[in-house]
Ligand binder design. Structure first.
Ligand SMILES: C[S@@+](CC[C@H](N)C(=O)[O-])C[C@H]1O[C@@H](n2cnc3c(N)ncnc32)[C@H](O)[C@@H]1O
Ligand code: SF4
Length: 398
């Protein structure tokens, strides 16, 4: 995750560069249930409104939580499918809070109503993230349910009224790119604390629909818009939190933005971002799916490291023998092509390996989602990617 606000603030108000953070354990994103009342076109968990057999029972979830706690995991993001469809979600959430985890709820929001908002507030979630993938028509089409935008925005309102920290999560595609300015306006209108722009990752239905990924030039425009917007708000004294995910080229692209706006701060920003460390799949991010399978992150459901019913998470995560995990933990990662040659590699850490794998069949190929130019990354113009980012070519055609 790239914490844009933090870094733009550091450009505006420089302070000494802090040393690299060393979290005690990975953030665990836990898909507690795969069932969902929506069937979004990009869904990595390929969720639908059917029962998925063999999901972890409540007592099994608790056993895993105890292990996660003793292993030093600081954060649990409870996700799905739709986590509010799990009948024991509030029991699990209360227990997680009592154990001292930072607990986030990752929800589509449509099941948050007047009937359960008090129960949700009583948990004391540290953060509730609600997905909004465009304005009403686009969102309802993308999430394949009429009325889902209205229900999700109603949930945002209920959460805000209940004093819950709430964020919108927006997955950028060709279909909603043009609505990003309107979505940014919604944040202000509804006094929303946080905005998470998620780049499309190529797994599950997101893999099948990867041709809907933004063109490079769109991504560049979207990110420039985000930087400018966040910068403007900070100048006005508004401290909303902007973060992005699934494209660690956002770090280097902010350095490129800083060259224009804060040239004397570029070196400090570069060092801050090296300390941030870029992509952290398999290192500071872990995933447990609904069946208890452990993956290097949420987008690697086709790659299983073990199952918590057979082996504790702590043991699975500490095992150094898996080749993909060994690569994830290597600095620099053994990436190839443009990624291997790029001078920003220490910043972005090779970006998103799922996209490379989905497109090439090789974990360590260049990430086709990197939207930086050859000139920006310091490689020869003749380097092998064929398209220039200014040309409107979908990523999958490269
Ligand atoms: C799988 S959903 C589960 C929680 C809940 N059902 C929801 O939609 O928010 C978690 C988040 O992942 C995002 N997501 C799903 N598939 C994705 C993909 N292929 N690339 C990027 N983000 C994706 C969703 O938009 C959502 O914000
Ligand atoms: S992205 Fe979320 S709401 Fe959409 S189908 Fe997947 S789990 Fe359901």
């Amino acid at each position: 995750m790239f914490r844009m606000t933090r870094y733009i603030k550091s450009l505006m108000h420089p302070t000494p560069v802090p040393p690299p953070a060393r979290p005690p354990g990975p953030v665990v994103i836990w898909n507690l249930i795969r069932r969902c009342n929506l069937t979004c076109k990009h869904c990595y968990s390929v969720s639908a409104d059917i029962d998925f057999e063999g999901e972890l029972e409540t007592d099994e979830v608790y056993t895993v939580m105890d292990d996660l706690k003793s292993y030093g995991v600081p954060v649990l993001i409870l996700s799905g499918g739709e986590p509010l469809m799990r009948r024991d979600i509030f029991e699990i959430s209360h227990r997680a809070k009592q154990m001292g985890f930072y607990v986030g709820l990752s929800t589509n929001g449509t099941l948050i109503t007047e009937d359960n908002i008090e129960q949700i507030a009583a948990v004391g979630y540290d953060y509730v993230g609600i997905s909004i993938d465009g304005l009403e028509a686009t969102h309802d089409w993308f999430r394949q349910k009429q009325g889902s935008f209205a229900d999700s925005m109603h949930a945002v309102k209920l959460c805000r009224q209940a004093g819950i920290k709430v964020g919108l999560r927006f997955t950028l595609t060709q279909d909603n790119f043009h609505e990003l300015p309107d979505i940014l306006r919604l944040l202000d209108e509804h006094d929303i604390d946080k905005f998470y722009l998620s780049h499309l990752n190529y797994s599950g239905r997101g893999g099948r629909n990867r041709k809907r990924d933004t063109w490079y030039d769109m991504t560049r425009q979207a990110m420039t818009m985000m930087f400018d917007h966040c910068h403007r708000e900070l100048q006005q004294g508004i401290e909303r939190e902007y973060v992005t995910g699934n494209n660690d080229a956002d770090g280097p692209f902010l350095i490129e933005w800083a060259r224009e706006h804060y040239p004397d701060q570029v070196d400090a920003l570069w060092q801050r971002l090296v300390n941030w460390g870029g992509n952290s799949s398999g290192v500071n991010i872990a995933n447990i799916d609904n069946l208890g399978n452990v993956h290097p992150d949420t987008f690697w459901w086709n790659y299983t490291l073990g199952n918590v019913r057979e082996t504790p998470f702590s043991q699975i995560w500490s095992d150094e023998s898996d080749p993909l995990m060994a690569g994830f933990r290597q600095r620099p990662r053994p990436v190839k092509g443009r990624c291997g040659d790029c001078h920003y590699l220490p910043v972005c850490n090779g970006n998103t390996r799922v996209r490379a794998y989905n497109v090439s069949g090789d974990f360590w190929e260049e990430d086709p989602g990197c939207y930086l130019t050859n000139q920006e990354i310091g490689v020869a113009e003749s380097d092998r990617r064929v398209a220039t980012p200014a040309v409107e070519i979908p990523v999958h055609n490269l």
